[in-house]
Write a protein that binds this ligand. Structure first.
Ligand SMILES: *Cc1c(COP(=O)(O)O)cnc(C)c1O
Length: 366
C-alpha cells in the first residue's frame, strides 16, 4: 500500500525557519515590525499595483473591501452560487444581501450572461470568484459593472498569479482579495491581502483593519473598526513564499499536465478547462468531473481505501439554510455532485501522480 497522499501540504524550506527565528530574536512578533511593510511592498511590486494591504485572512480581506465601499443594509451584492462560503458570509457581515447567479458549465465561475437579470436599483457590487484558480470572464463582468455603475471585488483567494488577458487576476476590478491559508498558492498560515489602485479606498481599508483608529491621532476612533491585522511573523513567511511563487506556479502547471495526460482518455471523466490565449489558470486544486457509472462519492471512498485523499467540490452556498432563496441553480447543482479535487501541492511527485491516476483508471474501468 502506498504511503498516505494528502490533498495539500505547504512547501517550506530553511528560509522560512531562518526568517521566523529572526523575528523571534527581534521580539517583533505582533502586527508591528519590518516585515509587514516589506511583504506589502513586495506584493504590490509583484502585481504591479499601487496599494497592497495585508490583513488577517482572505475573509477579512473581502469584508474590508465591502466596508471600504460603504456597503450596508439594503444593498445587494452579486456573487456566484458556487464558491467557498466566506464570499457570501462577508456580504451578511455588512448587513447587505447576497444575490446569487448560476455558474458557467465549462469554467464553473459566475455565468456573466446571467448577471444582468439579477441587477436591481439596490445592486452595488459584483464579487466574481476565480474558482480553483481559473480566471472568470472578467471582460464581460467589467462591461456590466461599468454599464450599471457597480464596483467589482475580485475574490482571488485561490488564484494568485492566474492571468486574464495578460493581467494578473485581482488587478482588473476595483479591489482584488487574496488568502494565504495553509493550502493556498502561497501561505502565511492564516493571512490575506487586498490590492487596489485607489488611494481613497486604501486609506479606508487601513482605518477599518486597525480598530478604526485614526492614522494621525492615536487612540481616536472615528468609525467602528476591526482588528484584522497580519502579524510580523506571518508577513515574514509571506515574503519568503512570494519569492518562490513562480517556481510554485510552474510546478502546479506541470501537475495539471500530469493528471490530464493520465486521465483525459478515461470514459466518463471530464478534465478541467485548458488555458486559452485569454485565461491562464494556476491549478489551485486539480478538479475534474466524474460522470460515468461510478459516482464521484464512490470514487472518493475508493481512493480513501487506497490511502489517497480527495475532496468533493464545494456545495453551492445556496444549499445552506441561511442562503436558500427557493431559486434553482441547475449548473451549480450538477457540478457540485460530479466534481472531485485531487491532491495538488508543490511537492507532489510524478510517482505519486502515477499511483493516484493508476488507482482511478483501475476503479473507473472496473
Ligand atoms: C480560502 C477562500 C476564502 C477565505 O480565505 P480565508 O483565508 O480562509 O479566510 C475566500 N474565498 C475563497 C474562494 C477561498 O477559497
Amino acid at each position: 500500500m502506498h504511503k498516505f497522499i494528502p490533498m495539500a501540504i505547504p512547501s517550506f524550506d530553511i528560509q522560512e525557519k531562518r526568517i521566523l527565528n529572526e523575528c523571534l530574536d527581534s521580539t517583533w512578533i505582533s502586527s508591528a515590525g519590518p516585515y509587514i511593510d516589506k511583504f506589502e511592498q513586495a506584493f504590490a511590486q509583484k502585481f504591479n499595483v499601487k496599494h497592497a494591504i495585508s490583513c488577517s485572512n482572505g475573509t477579512s480581506a473581502l469584508h474590508l473591501a465591502l466596508l471600504a465601499l460603504d456597503i450596508k443594509k439594503g444593498d445587494e451584492i452579486i456573487i456566484p452560487a458556487l464558491t467557498f462560503v466566506s464570499t457570501a458570509n462577508v456580504v451578511v457581515y455588512t448587513g447587505a444581501t447576497a444575490v446569487f447567479v448560476d455558474i458557467d458549465p465549462l469554467t464553473w465561475n459566475i455565468d456573466a450572461s446571467k448577471i444582468e437579470a439579477k441587477i436591481t436599483k439596490n445592486t452595488k457590487a459584483i464579487i466574481p470568484v476565480h474558482l480553483y484558480g481559473y480566471p472568470c470572464d472578467l471582460s464581460a463582468i467589467l462591461r456590466i459593472a461599468y454599464k450599471y455603475g457597480l464596483a467589482v471585488i475580485e475574490d482571488a483567494a485561490e488564484a494568485h498569479g492566474a492571468i486574464y488577458k495578460n493581467k494578473y487576476v485581482g488587478t482588473l476590478g476595483d479591489i482584488g482579495c487574496f488568502s494565504f491559508y495553509g493550502n493556498k498558492i502561497i501561505t502565511t498560515g492564516e493571512g490575506g491581502m487586498l490590492i487596489l489602485k485607489s488611494s481613497r479606498l486604501a486609506q479606508k481599508i487601513r482605518l477599518f483593519k486597525n480598530h478604526g483608529m485614526s492614522q494621525i491621532r492615536r487612540y481616536w476612533h472615528p468609525v467602528v473598526g476591526y482588528n484584522y491585522r497580519m502579524t510580523n511573523l506571518q508577513a515574514a513567511i509571506g515574503l519568503t513564499q512570494l519569492d518562490k511563487i513562480e517556481i510554485f506556479l510552474k510546478k502546479r502547471t506541470l501537475i495539471k499536465k500530469w493528471y490530464i495526460q493520465r486521465l483525459s482518455s478515461v470514459p466518463g471523466l471530464y478534465m478541467p478547462p485548458s488555458d486559452t490565449t485569454n485565461s491562464k489558470s494556476v491549478n489551485w486544486l486539480f478538479t475534474m468531473r466524474v460522470t460515468g457509472k461510478k459516482t464521484r462519492d464512490q470514487l472518493i471512498q475508493f481512493l480513501k481505501k487506497k490511502n489517497v485523499d480527495s475532496r468533493p467540490a464545494f456545495y453551492p452556498v445556496t444549499d445552506f439554510p441561511m442562503y436558500k432563496t427557493g431559486e434553482e441553480f441547475p449548473v451549480a447543482q450538477k457540478i457540485t455532485h460530479e466534481a472531485i479535487n485531487l491532491p495538488t501541492f508543490v511537492d507532489l511527485t510524478k510517482e505519486q501522480v502515477n499511483y493516484i491516476t493508476k488507482m482511478i483508471r483501475s476503479y473507473i474501468s472496473l
